[in-house]
Design a protein around this ligand. Structure first.
Ligand code: ASP
Length: 303
């Protein structure tokens, strides 16, 4: 049994504090596996914990769009290719739980925007405001900075939209991470899950790699992967699927290394975690840092 999680890649502030949370969540998720829970239940549990923690860019405390709204993406998948996702969903506490409902209750894979919100309400998820005072404060501090120019490196075209969408802009450069989890359970079944508020300052309606099956999240019998980083380039490379395919002939770590080589060739700043079908973990990043942690055979490792 293995549970591996990430708390985002990039330049991470308050690294030590967040690392402690990662360790705690690893234990919570792993407990599910120990109690004979499925890999799917374990990754869901870990991601819910991280969504509920305002120190991460997912669920409560997620970053804001250019318009100052929280828009959330999440996906969950098991190795039998069952998958569900929500894109650009608003006002829910745990997008990963809604993604699981999409997988189990509908004939679809991804629900987005208004439709995703309506589905969530239909399934009984109450209205919830994920915006925290801390996020709001950072948001307000950065408005002036954006107005003065200088879009983030990832979104150079944003200049064109400054002042055209609304008077408020999110220019947070406090780095909070997307979250993800991959697991293999007692029966050897694999699953992965990822959840995010997206990249700061994204245009309203933007969908990143996280809910795109095969891009930010994927699971099949050879392996399960959850990605974090620059969503646009992760989508172009179909990074999660490429890495899972590589695990057909190599261990998780070698496959992740290969994926990072590919990412480097395309200047794609990202991080990945994964497990292969034989019970090996893999993780890596080409960003300054990534929060990660895993428990394998009851032993915890964090970095
Ligand atoms: N991959 C996420 C996105 O592009 C962001 C992140 O992982 O930090 O939406």
């Amino acid at each position: 049994m293995i549970l591996i999680i990430h708390g985002g890649a990039g330049k991470i502030t308050n690294f030590k504090k967040r690392q402690k949370i990662i360790a705690k969540v690893c234990k919570i998720g792993y407990e599910v596996l120990k109690n004979n829970g499925s890999a799917l239940d374990a990754v869901e549990r870990a991601v819910v914990e991280l969504e509920n923690n305002p120190n991460f860019n997912a669920g409560t405390g997620a970053t804001l769009s250019l318009e100052g709204k929280v828009e959330l993406d999440a996906a969950i998948m098991s190795d039998d290719l069952q998958s569900g996702a929500v894109a650009c969903i608003k006002e829910v506490k745990n997008p990963i739980l809604v993604a699981r409902k999409v997988m189990e209750e509908t004939d679809h894979i991804i629900l987005s925007g208004e439709g995703a919100v309506r589905f969530a309400r239909f399934m009984g998820f109450p209205k919830y405001n994920p915006l925290t005072q801390e996020r709001k404060k950072v948001f307000e501090q950065r408005i002036e900075k954006l107005k003065a120019g200088n879009p983030p490196k990832a979104f150079p075209n944003l200049k064109k939209f400054v002042g055209k969408y609304s008077k408020d802009f999110n220019l947070s450069d406090e780095k909070l991470g997307t979250v993800g989890a991959c697991a293999i359970d007692r029966k050897g079944k694999l699953a992965s899950a990822t959840s995010t508020g997206g990249m700061f300052m994204h245009l309203p309606g933007r969908v990143g790699d996280t809910p795109i099956i095969g891009a930010g999240t994927y699971a099949q019998t050879s392996g399960a992967i959850s990605c974090t980083g620059h969503g646009e380039c992760i989508i172009k490379l179909c990074l999660a699927k490429v890495t899972c395919d590589a695990m057909k002939s190599m261990k998780a770590q070698e496959a992740v290394n290969l994926a990072l080589k590919l990412s480097d060739q395309h200047n794609c700043k990202c991080g990945l975690i994964g497990v292969d079908g034989k019970g090996n973990v893999g993780f890596g990043f080409n960003t300054p840092q990534m929060l990660w942690g895993y428990i394998k055979s009851d032993a915890l490792t964090v970095g």
